[in-house]
Design a protein around this ligand. Structure first.
Ligand code: THU
Length: 144
């Protein structure tokens, strides 16, 4: 069982949003419910996400991607400030590699990712620790 991490109120707020989103997880195939909350820079709103599974399996969307896509649909793309991910695991659940690549698209250098379960926040790691070498084809200044 991992120890709980003490975090500032803004992160606690994001944790609550992620927990609420986790309740909406549609995961009848894996029974692995995930919730996420993503804060973008210069935007006070916290974007919730949950995993949405599909009978095709391949059509499944992770919680983190749901949150990122929702923000892009509402306000366009922008740099990520921080991410909270909640799963019902004793040990911290990190974002999957595909979600890291999606986050990389909107990554302004680096940002913290908090991993949590229903008992609280368990661990903080930086994006670059997960993905130190990312796949990018757009060069500096080429992003729209
Ligand atoms: N899942 C997420 O929502 N986020 C992750 O970063 C890891 C995996 C979901 C996808 C699938 O619905 C379930 O967890 C089991 O893999």
């Amino acid at each position: 069982m991992s120890e709980k991490l003490k975090v500032e109120p803004a992160i606690e707020e994001a944790y609550k949003v992620a927990l609420k989103a986790q309740k909406n997880s549609y995961s009848p195939y894996s029974h692995f419910a995930v919730g996420a909350a993503i804060k973008f820079k210069g935007d006070d709103k916290l974007y919730p996400g949950c995993n949405v599974e599909n009978a095709s399996y391949g059509g499944t969307n992770c919680a983190e991607r749901t949150a990122v896509f929702s923000r892009v649909a509402e306000k366009g793309y922008g740099p990520i400030d921080y991410v909270v991910v909640v799963a019902n695991t004793d040990n911290p659940t990190p974002p999957c590699a595909l979600c890291l690549q999606i986050m990389n698209e909107f990554c302004d250098k680096d940002f913290p990712i908090y991993m949590a379960n229903g008992a609280g926040i368990l661990k903080r790691m930086n994006f670059k620790e997960f993905l130190p070498y990312s796949f990018d084809t757009l060069k500096e200044g080429q992003k729209p």
